[in-house]
Design a protein around this ligand. Sequence first.
Ligand SMILES: [Zn+2]
Length: 290
Amino acid sequence: MASNVELYLIEQFLKLKEIKVIDYRIIEDIGIFVSLKNTKKRTICPRCGKTTEFSLHQNNFITVRDLPFGEQQVYLKVNRRLLRCNSCQKKFSEDLGFVRKRRRYTKRFVKNIIEEVLHSDIKNVAKRNELSEQEIETMLKDLGQDLVKEKPVNLNKLGIDEIAVVKGQKNYYVVLVDLEKRKIIGLIEKRRTKEILEYLEAWGEGVLSQIKEVSIDLWKSYKSIAKKLMPQAKIVADRFHIMKQVNDELADAPPRRFPPSLARTKQMQLEEKLKEKRKRLKINQKKRLS
Ligand SMILES: [Zn+2]
């Protein structure tokens, strides 16, 4: 059984809203499994739109992948409950906030993967993270949809980059980056001038007129787009600049740490395993020599 202190520390480490950590388990060679409990008492009912209390209709436990801890994968076990609204009496699946409906990974996991893709490519990132290329393409779509709803705030330096999607004919996602905050702020599915113009125009004059610098790839359409929508901005043709920023962000991010006792347990397990391996190796060598 995990101690309360351990659970509290893991909770602090995960930083999820209205979520309590109730247990954790390490499964060797697979990862750390953390069981969560939702403490939310009220929610917005997607059926009637009211902020309301609810009753439980059905449990629905799912396991979702979260950001890794060191070399360990982290999985969150959580109940995505089927609820009944106390106002309209209709049933709905609860919105967990940190994970999209029908997905098996957290939103922040998606952001990290896409940032990785930005300075690598889909194929390699898929391989490194044990994901399929299809899953990463779905992530691109999901993140794109989430970002459409957010307007950039205090955007001074805009970077425009792209991600090649391998499947089918050569497709590109255009990636918009806030270079000061080092954050992806937009994903556009097509590299056509029309779509990019529409996307940026939707940010509005208030956002566009504040932009002081646009860092772009050498593709000339980006330059004409920047000149048209942000005539006041200085244009910098520097592709690696953007990728470096995102890289640095990953490097700068504080390391995620689990409580020491947890790390120790893992360390001991690893040592055990190594001993076992060495033993087997010796036996095999002896066999071969004899
Ligand atoms: Zn309702």
